[in-house]
Design a protein around this ligand. Structure first.
Ligand code: ZN
Length: 243
């Protein structure tokens, strides 16, 4: 099971875990455990106990003072400062020790942004084409964009995987042999593709099947906590639109 961009959203995380129950061997994470959401401690503690391999994201760096917050928009900056204050010493310590991607795992790798730059957004086929020459493993799981799907990096061009928002709750893609792919599970805690459902995937390296999933969760509960925490209202509102 591959997760990304949890963003301290405990309700979304719990819904995804319940949905995937019994269908995976281990959990891996492409970063951004915290930031934006109201449960940074509970989500970090769950990750500490259940996810052996996590690459750090830009919001994880922000939480430990490693990111230049001048690069963040005002809402993201406000949430980064709030998260810094909220996290316990042991959770800060855990986040401080998260590795920078790429992190290799049996036959594939995990990154937050791109294999070249952990802070780079790979959104379009052109973005994927630019990093393709630097991808030397068959499957790279990435996050950061909060957009479920990905790209086939064919030598003649890049093809988008046929996965999009507001579709079925489960979509299966079989990866072709001898090709390289960039694959994004989408965001657990703050989807941005216009589909508010939490996103994740399950990958079977033996069959090369990627199963993409979307799952509804208790959005009003997550919104209430954000408002009660004094975080910007916009962070609560965007969850219901998946933006
Ligand atoms: Zn993120």
């Amino acid at each position: 099971m591959i997760l990304s961009d949890l963003h301290a959203n405990l309700e979304a995380l719990e819904a995804a875990l319940a949905d995937a129950d019994g269908r995976y061997d281990q959990i891996l994470c492409c970063g951004d455990v915290v930031g934006y959401g109201a449960d940074p401690n509970a989500v970090t503690e769950w990750v500490t106990g259940h996810v052996p391999t996590v690459v750090r994201g830009n919001h994880d760096k922000a939480a430990i003072g490693m990111a230049d917050l001048e690069d963040f928009n005002p809402v993201a900056r406000a949430s980064a400062y709030w998260t810094q204050e909220e996290l316990t010493a042991s959770n800060l310590d855990y986040i401080r020790h998260l590795p920078q991607g790429p992190v290799p795992v049996d036959g594939f790798q995990l990154v937050h942004g791109s294999p070249l730059d952990e802070d780079e957004y790979v959104v379009t086929p052109t973005d994927a084409w630019m990093v393709a020459p630097y991808v030397d493993v068959p499957v790279t799981f990435f996050g950061h964009t909060h957009l479920q799907g990905g790209f086939l990096l064919h030598r003649n061009g890049v093809r988008r995987l046929p996965v999009g928002p507001n579709g079925p709750a489960h979509y299966s893609v079989t990866l072709e042999p001898d090709q390289n792919y960039l694959v994004n599970p989408g965001s657990i805690g703050q989807p941005r593709d216009g589909d508010p459902r939490a996103a994740y995937l399950i990958y079977d390296p033996e069959t090369r099947v990627v199963d993409f999933y979307r799952v509804g969760y208790d959005i009003p509960a997550a919104q209430r906590k954000i408002v009660e925490a004094g975080l910007p209202d916009r962070l609560a509102l965007r969850l219901q639109y998946g933006q």
